[in-house]
Design a protein around this ligand. Structure first.
Ligand code: UDP
Ligand code: MN
Length: 296
């Protein structure tokens, strides 16, 4: 279904860095949401224009990632090495790594204009708690050095690696990443939290898309992490846990506060899904899940 997106074509260089948008270049996929936000697919933007627009603003782009427990040895080196090759090349980048073992950090030669900050965190016992604690840890970081030094911040899982150019076309005030496994599912089947006791609950009929991750301006992410950390805390105090943990709260937030831009699953793809005609050039690939190894 072709979606003509007036806001996308008009805001060519506005605050969304997309560069020239050609939604008609991808007639086979949805390129605009019902509230007028562009859905960025390969071929719908001009990476050079986005690059130049971002460069002119002298941006610092933060990339946060948690590597706690076995996730550090298993994934962090490849995540960072491939980020050096593909992530925001030509921009100023600040990697922000959260780990309980700063001394175990892999060695990495960073390109010019790229810095890495390691922040120690306490190791939560359960993997669910590690995942959920990210919201309040990020909120604190955004209120501190990360928030002062970066203009935009991307919050990513570590169990993935970059496989293609991932540039400023992804940036906007508030951006949601479509979940690779669920982007083509009917809305009523999307795995939102449905338990009405949860702060993350969506009623039947609610929910636009199912999202996996987020990025945005520091101000937007402070709102998002504050909302999600509060929901997680309240729910946890009652001995309950949302279906997909922090992801459930993220999805609730984006139902209430629509993102200004949506990234197609090409920006975060799982090879386990198999080939799909509309996935042209994946930029970030999920590692195969090895939960038995990682989560025991
Ligand atoms: N994580 C971690 N250590 C853990 C559990 C989670 O570092 O023990 C971090 C890591 O960045 C990971 C993210 O939290 O990518 C989310 O967890 P996971 O990737 O296992 O969740 P899934 O992708 O299956 O939702
Ligand atoms: Mn993951």
């Amino acid at each position: 279904p072709m979606g003509f997106c007036p806001s996308a074509t008009m805001s060519q260089l506005g605050d969304n860095f997309t560069g020239v948008l050609h939604p008609w270049a991808r007639p086979e996929v949805l390129t605009c949401t019902s509230w007028g936000a562009p859905i960025i697919w390969d071929g719908t933007f001009d990476p050079d224009v986005a690059q130049q627009a971002a460069g002119e603003r002298n941006l610092t782009i933060g990339l946060t990632v948690f590597a706690v427990g076995r996730y550090l040895e298993k994934y962090l080196a490849r995540f960072l090495e491939t980020a050096e090759q593909h992530f925001m090349v030509g921009q100023r980048v600040l990697y922000y790594v959260f780990t309980e073992r700063p001394t175990a950090m892999p060695r990495l030669a960073l390109g010019p204009g790229r810095r890495l900050h390691v922040q120690r965190v306490v190791r939560e016992q359960r993997w669910q708690d590690v995942s959920m604690a990210r919201m309040s840890t990020l909120r604190a970081a955004l209120a501190g050095r990360l928030g002062r030094e970066a203009h935009f911040v991307l919050c990513m899982d570590v169990d993935q690696h970059f496989s293609g150019a991932f540039g400023p076309e992804a940036l906007a005030e508030s951006v949601a990443q479509l979940h690779a496994w669920h982007y083509h599912w009917p809305r009523r089947l999307l795995p939102f939290e449905r338990d009405a006791r949860s702060a993350a609950a969506l009623a039947p009929g609610q929910g636009d898309f199912y999202y996996h991750a987020t990025l945005g301006s520091v101000a937007a992410l402070r709102r998002l992490t504050t909302h999600c950390a509060r929901g997680l805390r309240q729910y946890c105090a009652r001995g309950l846990e949302a279906r997909w943990h922090d992801e459930s709260h993220l999805n609730k937030f984006f139902w209430l506060h629509k993102p200004a831009k949506v990234l197609s699953p090409e920006f975060c793809w799982s090879p386990d899904i198999g080939p799909r005609a509309e996935i042209r050039r994946p930029r970030l690939l999920w590692a195969r899940k090895e939960y038995a190894l990682l989560r025991t």
